[in-house]
Every structure is written in C-alpha cells, then in structure tokens.
Design a protein around this ligand. Structure first.
Ligand code: T46
Length: 141
C-alpha cells in the first residue's frame, strides 16, 4: 500500500471530564489504536526555536500526544505535505512509517508523549531527505 500523509490521522481519545475532579483521557490498544505499543517515550524542556525530528521511520508507527503546551508537526510523504498543530492532551497524531516528520514551535512547557510500535533501532531511521525520497519511490535511484 502506498503511504501518504492522508494515512496520518488525528485521533480523539476517550475523555471523561468530571469538572472540578479534572479530566481523564485514555486509549486502549486494540480498540482505539491498532498497533502493539512496544515503546513509550516523552520529550520536554525543549528550548526556543528548536526543531526536532527531521527523519522518517522505515517500519515504526507512532501515536504522538502533546500533553502540555503546543507543537507544530510537519508531515511529508515525498509528494504532499501538511502542518498539524497539537495543542490539547485529548488529541493525538498517528504517524505512519515512511512519513518524513519535523517538530517545531515548542512552547517552553511542551511535553510530548509518544507511543511507538517498535523498540528503538537506529536502523529504522531515515535521516537524509534524499535517501527518504529514493526509498519512498519518489525519486529515481
Ligand atoms: C520521532 C520523534 C517524534 C533512544 O535511545 N531511544 C528512544 O526511544 C528514542 C526515541 C531516542 N533515543 C535516542 C536517540 C538519540 O540519541 O535519543 C536521542 C534523541 O533522539 P532523536 O534525535 O531521534 O529525537 P527526535 O526528537 O528528533 O525524534 C524523536 C524520536 O527519536 C523519533 O522516533 O519520531 O521524536
């Protein structure tokens, strides 16, 4: 199947708002997210004007949540691209493999929580954009 930015979806997780008691949000693997979560990591304390990401994954699927603050995510399939703002903890972004992604516009209090389908493996990363285009079949080898 050809992966495009349209395969990357915003996910609204289940949210229980009990007013003064606060808000509880959750998702369940197999019900709301259909990949096995093998790794969870979080990113915080990002300085002003810092850009992170700048890569695609060969196999890893990720669901990315911004628990606090906000963030701009640029996603690119080699032909089409789009910018997505995550600014509420109840909404995540599902990023398919072979989607180039950059993250910027971190606020000083941004906390990102990411659920990944694979264990960490540097060989799963494509960190060169030309290489990404070749592997995605968007550029002649
Ligand atoms: C992604 C975006 C959204 C590990 O050792 N284990 C891990 O699970 C991760 C995620 C990273 N690392 C190491 C690898 C680097 O030495 O932590 C260092 C920073 O990783 P990186 O520069 O890849 O961080 P970001 O913020 O550019 O990208 C991260 C994830 O790596 C990546 O998978 O999609 O967040």
């Amino acid at each position: 199947m050809q992966i495009t930015v349209n395969n990357c979806k915003l996910i609204d997780v289940c949210t229980i708002d009990e007013k003064d008691r606060g808000i509880l949000s959750f998702f369940e693997v197999g019900k709301h997210i259909d990949f096995p979560v093998k790794r969870i990591y979080w990113i915080y304390n990002v300085g002003k004007n810092i850009k992170r990401g700048g890569h695609a994954h060969k196999n890893t699927i990720q669901a990315l949540f911004c628990l606090q603050g906000n963030i701009n995510i640029y996603i690119d399939d080699g032909v089409n691209n789009m910018n997505i703002v995550l600014d509420k903890p109840s909404q995540g972004l599902l990023i398919s493999p072979m989607i180039w992604h950059d993250m910027k516009g971190f606020s000083c209090d941004t906390i990102i929580l990411v659920f990944a389908s694979e264990h960490y493996d540097e060989n799963d990363y494509i960190r060169n954009y030309d290489e990404f285009l070749k592997l995605a079949g968007k550029k002649e080898k």
